[in-house]
Write a protein that binds this ligand. Structure first.
Ligand SMILES: Nc1ncnc2c1ncn2[C@@H]1O[C@H](COP(=O)(O)OP(=O)(O)OP(=O)(O)O)[C@@H](O)[C@H]1O
Ligand SMILES: Cc1ncc(C[n+]2csc(CCOP(=O)(O)O)c2C)c(N)n1
Ligand SMILES: [Mg+2]
Ligand SMILES: [Mg+2]
Ligand SMILES: [Mg+2]
Length: 333
């Protein structure tokens, strides 16, 4: 496989960029123009063996997901994705045909979100495949994590838990039905970035927003710490993917654990005034995206969850953490 031939072959899989791209793939750097809106820029790295395995994702969906996770961060800022650069560190075991599949998956999201791939990098590696996506977007009114206020409503989009449950059903024998397993795997491999809702949140002045990459508990801790508020959620209000409930029932596990600590659902979690939330709810339902109130912000700090019996549980800031090893004897991180 030749480096220049590979870049040309991958570039061929992509659609022609829009007119704001003055120079795309093929020069020392890309050149684009934008409106006067503030830029947002975010980057994510996916490593074979850490973020995916050949047994947990197809090559096509790897490309889909690599771009989706960065688009999701732009959505979590209330922005619109515009441009992306993609860097690949490629081991000998990955041939051109497989990488073209990855690019076909990328293409699906470049088209869906109007996010042109304008460049990248390819290198060889003696390690696993690494794919890094950097997305540049625009946000008229960027939404930080730090804006939540006491009295705000906490909400999430869609439903949670499906991604980690999908990973589990691909890695273990579970009692979930075939159809449930297929839906969970789809959720793991093909997350849906909430760009439309993110921009609505910006329009209605939502105070704080985060995407769920590491798990709901971890994201709420980030909002709590950045905003200086206490997050109080209701256990029975957290929207769970129905298939997660089915799987958890079969395994005699608490389905909420998938939502709180599983991660990679890439839904949005935010804090909004009662008024902003009402506007969001009304508009989101017309877009057929569920938005659910899960709790509220109080004065104070930390994250707690109220069980239906009234018991308040402190939620630890655990979730996926790259540099923490779980102690298998205590089960603690
Ligand atoms: N190597 C780094 N150098 C500089 N800043 C970094 C580095 N890694 C992360 N950051 C910054 O730290 C902040 C938090 O990053 P983090 O990766 O936790 O974002 P996230 O959206 O919560 O998670 P995810 O990576 O799952 O999207 C971001 O502002 C990010 O740009
Ligand atoms: C094979 C395999 N094992 C474990 C996981 C789970 N996982 C990996 S990274 C991450 C958090 C988000 O990453 P980041 O913080 O880098 O954005 C999660 C939940 C997976 N997807 N595949
Ligand atoms: Mg990160
Ligand atoms: Mg990210
Ligand atoms: Mg994020």
């Amino acid at each position: 496989m030749d480096e220049f031939g590979l870049i040309a072959a991958l570039a061929k899989r992509l659609p022609k960029p829009g007119e704001d791209v003055l120079l795309g793939i093929g020069d020392d750097a890309a050149v684009f123009r934008t409106s006067t809106a503030p830029f947002v820029v975010t980057t994510d790295t996916m490593v074979e063996g850490v973020h995916f395995l050949p047994t947990t994702i197809t090559d096509y969906n790897l490309g889909y997901k690599a771009l989706a996770v960065s688009v999701s961060d732009v959505a979590a800022m209330g922005g619109r994705p515009r441009f992306a650069v993609v860097s690949l560190a490629i081991p000998a075991a990955w041939d051109k045909a497989r990488l073209e599949q990855v690019y076909d998956g990328l293409r699906e999201n470049t088209e869906r979100f109007g996010c042109d791939v304008i460049g990248g990098d390819v290198v060889s590696t003696s390690g696993p495949l690494v794919i890094t996506t950097t997305v540049i977007g625009e946000a008229e009114n960027p939404i930080p994590r730090s804006g939540a206020k006491p009295g705000d409503i906490l909400f999430v989009t869609g439903n949670l838990g499906g991604s980690s449950a999908g990973l589990q059903v691909m890695q273990e024998v579970t009692p979930a039905s075939g159809i449930a397993q297929a839906r969970l795997v789809e959720r793991h491999q093909r997350p849906e970035p909430r760009v439309g809702i993110g921009t609505l949140c910006a329009k209605f002045g939502v105070h704080a927003l985060n995407d769920v990459s590491d798990g709901l508990a971890s994201e709420l801790h980030e909002i709590s710490a950045a905003s200086g508020v206490r997050c109080v959620i209701e256990a029975d209000q957290v929207p769970l993917m129905p298939e997660v409930k089915e799987l958890a029932r079969g395994l005699h596990r608490d389905a909420l654990d998938y939502a709180l600590y599983g991660g990679e659902d890439f839904e949005l979690v935010g804090a909004a005034s009662t008024r902003a939330f009402a506007s969001l709810l009304a508009t989101a339902s017309a877009m057929q995206v569920p938005v659910t109130r899960i709790g509220r912000c109080d004065a104070g700090d930390g994250v707690v969850m109220r069980r239906p019996n009234g018991h308040l549980e402190v939620l630890e800031p655990k979730g996926y953490n790259h540099f923490k090893r779980v102690d298998t004897r205590s089960g603690r991180a």
